[in-house]
Design a protein around this ligand. Sequence first.
Ligand code: 13P
Length: 255
Amino acid sequence: MRKPMMAGNWKMNKTWAESVVLAQQISNRSREYWDDQVDVVICPAMVNIKAVNSVFEFDKTPASVGAQNCHWEPKGAFTGEASIPMIREAGASWCIVGHSERREYFAETDETVNRKVAALLEGGVAPIVCVGESLAVREAGDYLEFVTSQVRADFAGIEDNQAKTCVVAYEPIWAIGTGRTALPEQAQEVCAAIRACLADRYGSEISDEMRVLYGGSMKPANVEGLMTQKDIDGGLVGGAALEAESFVELIAACI
Ligand code: 13P
């Protein structure tokens, strides 16, 4: 059985003080809502990783912290970037890679995503690899081929034993921040295709262990329909992760 995961991507929201408050609010509710039945991951802005991690460490909260991006080189002249050793030392045990916002606004490609995945695995930080199609691709009808080709490219050269630690997040771009969620059947269709693609590559024993998340306007009102789908193992959540109340409800729906 795969352990469900609920990951909050705070994107470029919450100052340092706001991050500490929200982390504390989430932590305060943890005893009531979950312990180790679900992997809870919070991905704040880079500068707030340490602060959020300190709250969780101090409270012994069953939650871990992730970054939203990293560079694949361990150090060097890359102004504005943060390396994997840096995010790891700040407290990140996970890192989102290939989010559609980074692909769209920061020229992230499958090639750079692949480099980051390899470097993260090497550096002991687990990747959450994001894939997903635009509305144009969906309407053209070849979204399964599009998404699975992203998976193949993002995992190029990644060995079996390393792939197991990765999580894949299916985030249809047309559903992100739009309030328009994919129907549970639409999300399941793509998540199943992602798992089949991983099975092709790594065999079903490994693909059955790997978690595939859904992301895109996930909220308490639609989480149950999504979580009952066979190939959806949790969520990568933006808007609804910015309030403790809605986020813990999403966590509760995983149990
Ligand atoms: P929303 O939940 O705000 O649609 O964002 C989803 C997302 O992009 C998470 O990475």
